[in-house]
Design a protein around this ligand. Sequence first.
Ligand code: GTQ
Length: 345
Amino acid sequence: MDDERKQALANYSDKISKDNLVPLWDRLKTLVTQEPQSPCQPYLWQYDTIRPVLLEAGTLLTAKEAERRVLILENPGMPGESKITTSLYAGIQLIMPGEIAPAHKHSQAAFRFIIEGSGAYTAVGGEKSYMSKGDLILTPNGRWHDHGNEGDEPTFWLDGLDIPIVKFLDASFMQHHSDDEHPHVKSDGDSMARYGSGMMPLEFEPVSNTSPVMKYPYDRTRANLEKMKEAGDVDPCHGHKLMYVNPVDGKSAIPTMGAFMQLLPKGFETASYRSTDATIYSVVEGTGRTKIGDEIYTWGPNDTFVVPSWHHHQHFADDECVLFSYSDRPVQQALGLWRQDRGNR
Ligand code: GTQ
């Protein structure tokens, strides 16, 4: 294109901009990319970095003052956006012995993946779920929830929320309860007994597309992975991997976030894999490394790391390792967008 036409087009763009019009021919390549182009960067947060500064926050303000005492894990590629991936949020929450994080409800769904401590609980709709390391506790959207700590240890967990998705859709509502605690009317394990053991109460009508089971305890998850390991049918890309499901429909336990747990046998090296769902990992057991693109990230228990969309990655397990992970996979699948590349394995 000659300079004269370039100038004419630039003048044209200037002229129409005052009417809030933009030529697509200047933007098409960045809007409709050949492959995912994300500002999300690979990153690893060591628990040893987070734990002491979060405990320090415990001396600076109470859980009640903070409402939720959380350090957000913010992706370095998206400063100021409170996102760990373009669609999801992650934070580490601390509740000290005797504290209560007061009851509220919101459009955002959450899960709590327990990292350290016991004696604390999350109560959802009056059912208290007590926390132990490796448990997954759900907070479906729109349900009253409060957290408390009846034990004598500080308790830490990973909060996974769909905050960026709800913000993108401009669908956020939240309310505070008139009391700090919603009445606790059901005991720990109530929903698991009713819905989570291969049986269902007669005439049960689900009230939402979120799992009615509030807690997926680690002792069960771990035992299931152990059985799979003994059976030996290992997947080259994933090791032994399970997804947390809603027993009503077999789909993701939370409709906006897929959650997974995998066991990698000692010495196992996963085959190179990529998928369009950027994935957040929390290390439960073992030490190892993950190669993302050309970079190696070395991890141990309670570390958190993020693999962006469509980045080739491989895990190397130095010990027997257990990794929890979550992503927006159910959203992409519902919209027919999800893709994976198993390198033909
Ligand atoms: O525990 O309800 O990390 O509302 C962010 C927002 C936790 C919670 C977070 C929340 C919560």
